[in-house]
Design a protein around this ligand. Sequence first.
Ligand SMILES: [Zn+2]
Length: 72
Amino acid sequence: MTHYHNLICTTCYNERIPPARRKLGYMTCLSCGEKEASKVRHTIAPMHKSNYMLFTDLNDLKGINNKGGLHR
Ligand SMILES: [Zn+2]
């Protein structure tokens, strides 16, 4: 489900955002992005910190199995 067409820069509403750029989380075209980058010094990076599993303890997994009530 990737609809990257027709993505217009939210700053100048004049240029389209390149798909590769859009994937990085940018909502502006290249030229506007460069202007923003020079104006604002910190960069907002789209971090996905939730890509690790909650099951870090093997004993938790065993406990679920022993109970036997959590299978779907
Ligand atoms: Zn722009």
